[in-house]
Design a protein around this ligand. Structure first.
Ligand code: COA
Length: 335
C-alpha cells in the first residue's frame, strides 16, 4: 500500500479501475499535493510518470506510489526543471516510450515564499513566474500532442464506459482573486496559469482535450503551508477552533475558514479524480476552487507570513514578517 492508507488520499466513493489503461504525467509529482493526486489515480488503475528536480526524491516517491496497487507502473524522472522545455519534452517522450501514452497531465510544480514587494528582487519575481507560469506553458507544450492523440483514441462520452483520455489540469491558487499582501509574485504567476488553461480549453477543446484548474486553499501538512503560515499562527488557529468547539472531532479546525477546517491533500485528490473521470466529460476551462470557502475571507483575517497579533497594514509599514515560515533561501534575507 506504500506509506499512505487509501483513506488518506481518496474518499470511498470512486469505483476501482476507472482509470485502467491510462497514463498520468505529473510535474511536481513528488510534492505533498501532487503525490496524493498521483496516488489516487494509480490506486484507481492508472500508471504514471512523476517529474521533479531532485532525482532521489522523485524516484523514491515513484517507488512508494507504485505500491498502492499491484502491477502499477510508476516512473520517477528526476533532473527535470519545468523552466527548461527541452528536459520536459524529453521526459514526456520517455513516458510515452515506457508506458505507452500520456492521457492525463497535471502541471503541479510550483515555487513560493513569503515576501513583500519591497523585499522581492526582479530575479525573485522571475523565479516564481518562470516555475509557475512558464512551467505550466512548457508542460502543456511538451504534452499537448499526446493529449490530442489520447482524446482521439478515447472519445468521451464513451458508450462502452471505458476511461476517458486527453485531460489537462493545472494547480493554481486563490490569492489573485482578492490580492494578498506578501504574495504579489504568486498572485501574478497564478493569474497567468489560469489564463493559459482558459486558452488551452478554447484552442484544444475542439480536439477533445478538456483543460481545467484546481485552486487549493490552505492545505494542512504541506511544504506550501510551511512556507506560508507561521507555526504560531497555526497553533493559535487550532486553539481558537477548540475553544469555540468548532466542528469537534474534525482535525485541523480553523475559525477563519468558512468550512471550519483546513484542507487536506485528499480534498485535492478527490477533485482531480472527478475532473479526469467520465463524470467531468464536458467540464472544460473551469477553475474548481477547493478551499472550504477560504478565499472569500482572505482579505480579512486570513493572511500569510503573519504571527498572532500582526495586523494589516502595520506589519507592512514596520517591514515585519513572521520568521517562523520556511524561508527556503540559499542566501540570507535582504529584509
Ligand atoms: N524572500 C525573498 N526572495 C527570495 C526568497 C525569499 N524567501 N527565496 C528566494 N528568493 C529570491 C532569491 O534571493 C533569488 O533572488 P536574487 O538572485 O535576486 O537574490 C531568487 O529568489 C531566486 O532564488 P533561487 O534560490 O536562486 O531560485 P531557485 O530557482 O533555486 O528556487 C524558489 C526557486 C525560490 C521558488 C525556491 O523557493 C524553490 O525552489 N521552491 C520550490 C518548492 C516550493 O516553493 N514549494 C512550495 C510550493 S507552494
Amino acid at each position: 500500500m506504500g506509506s499512505k492508507q487509501p483513506h488518506e488520499f481518496l474518499s470511498p466513493v470512486w469505483r476501482d479501475g476507472i482509470f485502467n489503461g491510462r497514463v498520468a504525467f505529473v510535474t511536481g509529482g513528488a510534492g505533498d499535493i501532487c503525490s496524493a493526486q498521483t496516488r489516487a489515480l494509480v490506486y484507481l488503475g492508472a500508471d504514471a510518470c512523476i517529474i521533479g528536480r531532485n532525482v532521489e526524491k522523485t524516484e523514491a516517491a515513484a517507488k512508494d506510489i507504485a505500491k498502492v496497487r499491484k502491477g502499477a507502473r510508476v516512473i520517477g524522472i528526476g533532473n527535470v526543471d519545468v523552466r527548461n522545455y527541452d528536459t520536459l519534452k524529453a521526459a514526456a517522450g520517455r513516458c510515452v516510450r515506457e508506458l505507452g501514452s500520456i492521457d492525463f497531465v497535471i502541471a503541479g510544480a510550483a515555487g513560493n515564499f513569503v515576501a513583500p514587494l519591497a523585499g522581492l528582487s526582479p530575479n525573485a519575481f522571475k523565479a516564481v513566474m518562470d516555475i509557475d507560469t512558464l512551467g505550466t506553458f512548457n508542460t502543456m507544450k511538451a504534452t499537448i500532442d499526446y493529449l490530442v492523440e489520447s482524446a482521439g483514441a478515447h472519445l468521451s462520452p464513451n458508450p462502452e464506459n471505458s476511461p476517458p483520455g486527453g485531460r489537462f489540469l493545472a494547480i493554481s491558487a486563490t490569492f489573485h482573486y482578492t490580492g494578498l499582501p506578501l504574495q504579489s509574485h504568486v498572485s501574478a504567476a497564478k493569474a497567468g496559469v489560469d489564463s493559459i488553461v482558459g486558452s488551452v480549453a478554447l484552442e484544444y477543446g475542439p480536439r477533445g482535450v478538456m483543460a481545467n484548474v484546481i485552486a487549493p486553499g490552505p492545505i494542512e501538512g504541506t511544504e506550501g503551508m510551511e512556507r506560508l503560515a507561521s507555526q504560531d499562527a497555526i497553533a493559535e488557529d487550532a486553539k481558537q477552533a477548540n475553544s469555540l468547539q468548532l466542528r469537534p472531532g474534525i482535525r485541523g479546525g480553523s475559525p477563519g475558514i468558512p468550512s471550519g477546517r483546513w484542507g487536506t491533500v485528499r480534498d485535492i485528490a478527490d477533485a482531480t479524480v472527478y475532473l479526469f473521470s467520465a463524470a467531468a466529460d464536458n467540464v472544460n476551462g473551469h477553475v474548481l476552487v477547493v478551499d472550504g470557502g477560504a478565499w472569500r475571507r482572505q482579505g480579512g483575517s486570513l493572511g500569510v507570513g503573519l504571527d498572532p497579533g500582526m495586523q494589516y497594514p502595520m506589519f507592512l509599514l514596520s517591514g515585519e514578517v513572521s520568521n517562523k515560515v520556511k524561508d527556503g533561501r540559499k542566501k540570507p534575507s535582504k529584509l
